[in-house]
Ligand binder design. Structure first.
Ligand code: SF4
Length: 448
């Protein structure tokens, strides 16, 4: 279970040497407790304390990674039951199921959908990340062909599923550099799969038919030296699987049961044949508390809402989504193009930039850091006011890009323009753009 800042502070050297980048050991301890600093930043912590701190400050749900490269899927690392306490850390991976018994055309179609279904929203690319490959045929060679095909045609993080150790061994060999998840160690194959996972440094899923047995199997695997486990409680009904997810999270966080302190894998694809029900079950597990969610297939109409739900659940509720402060050229603007200024709240930026794009008037959009507050909220909080905006505009470098001194503030209040004009000095003209973003295109076309 995580330590408090004060508990960590007691173990630090207390010299306040500042080499970790903060003024005091106490500040460093607080950052460490909040997950905003790395223990390695303090060069003076003894090895013994390091071991103690890393163990004690580890999150109750162990974080682990599946896959490699840009599409590395990180799961686990959770520290709370409810996202209003603190943000959830690693969003669950969405996987599509592909079996080696499927016709070639169906496999190709699923791979096509996996590669094609990507959506841009508030500047982020939303997409599924995982493919679960099932050795349904029981033929290890057929499984190997499938693993190689999927590996070469996608960047997916792979889950290798088989009841045969031989098939999993061949499968892992075919994609060991992709760090697949091996599924699943059970009472019957525990030792063989523990060795396979250890030799190839892969995470291992462990499956049982009840949580007591699952905890026992995880204990054996930990004793055998495995660290990266994924839990499958074996439930394949919505109600039991939902109860299991909550039980496992509570056992790890509240009872500090370290044998259940791992991310989980869920299979909505095995709980119903109705695609709509499957999406609803998956949506439930996004909120509570799956690490991996396997769907029978990907369809845009169900996948997109799930991706958006996941984005919302795993966004830090205490920190608004923000853009970087700076100058954003829209539509290849030149020196006579209009200059607009807004705040760095992501939603504000995307509404304003989309409206500028639809006006087809090439423009410069200045995005000012207001700690993620929208225009009127930032103004009310004193962060989007004339003097601060004036300083930002002068420092931004926009005066080198345009031959005029006009700036528009979409959706602001009149008092800002007067204050800003005063701050910028003579020669500057400040206008308030329309309050409704939808009127912005017409306004820009009129010339600002
Ligand atoms: Fe304290 Fe270590 Fe930071 Fe120095 S580097 S201030 S000893 S935590």
């Amino acid at each position: 279970m995580g330590l408090t800042g004060i508990q960590i502070f007691k173990l630090l050297p207390k010299t306040n040497c500042k080499e970790c980048g903060v003024p005091t050991c106490l500040a460093f301890a607080m950052n460490l407790a909040a997950g905003k600093a790395e223990l390695a930043s303090c060069p003076y912590v003894s090895e013994e304390t390091k071991a103690m701190l890393s163990e004690a400050s580890a999150p109750p749900i162990r974080p682990l990674a599946i896959g490699s490269g840009e599409n590395l899927v990180k799961i686990g690392g959770e520290t709370v039951l409810f996202r209003h306490e603190k943000t959830f850390v690693n969003k669950p991976g969405f996987g599509i199921l592909i079996s080696d018994s499927m016709p070639e055309s169906e496999i190709d179609n699923r791979l096509k959908r996996f590669n094609a279904l990507k959506y841009e929203r508030v500047g982020l690319i939303l997409r599924p990340e995982m493919i679960a490959l099932k050795n349904e045929s029981g033929d290890p060679e057929k499984f190997e062909v499938l693993v190689k095909k999927v590996k070469s045609e996608t960047d997916a993080a792979l889950i290798l599923m088989s009841e045969k150790v031989e098939a999993l061994t061949i499968g892992v060999k075919a994609c060991a550099d992709r760090i697949p998840l091996v599924y699943a160690a059970t009472d019957g194959n525990l030792e063989a799969l523990a060795n396979l996972a250890k030799e190839n440094k892969c995470p291992l899923a462990v499956k049982a038919n009840d949580i007591g047995t699952l905890s026992g199997l995880a204990e054996k695997l930990i004793t055998a030296g495995l660290k990266d486990l994924v839990l499958d409680s074996g439930s394949r009904t919505m109600r039991r699987a939902f109860e299991d997810q909550i039980f496992i999270r509570r056992a790890a966080l509240i009872q500090k049961n370290r044998f259940l302190g791992f991310p989980t894998i869920t299979f909505p694809c095995e709980m119903t044949e109705d695609p709509m029900k499957e999406a609803l079950i998956a949506a439930t597990f996004v909120a509570k508390y799956a690490g991996i969610i396997i769907l029978s297939d990907f369809q845009g109409e169900s996948l997109f809402p799930l991706l958006v739900e996941r984005l919302n659940i795993y966004t830090d509720p205490q920190r608004p989504m923000m853009m970087q402060q700076g100058i954003y050229p829209i539509g290849n603007p030149g020196e006579t193009s209009p200059v607009l200024i807004t705040t760095n709240f992501s939603l504000t930026y995307f509404i304003v930039s989309a409206e500028i794009e639809s006006s087809r008037v090439p423009s410069w959009l200045l995005v000012m850091d207001t700690e993620g507050l929208s225009v009127l909220t930032a103004w009310a909080a004193g962060k989007f006011v004339g003097d601060a905006m004036g300083v930002f505009i002068k420092k931004s470098g926009i005066v080198d890009k345009v031959n005029h001194r006009r700036v528009t503030i979409p959706g602001a209040v009149a008092v800002i323009s007067g204050d800003l004009e005063e701050e910028l000095g003579s020669g500057w003209e400040v206008k308030i753009g329309p309050r409704e973003a939808a009127h912005l295109p017409a306004y820009l076309k009129m010339g600002t």
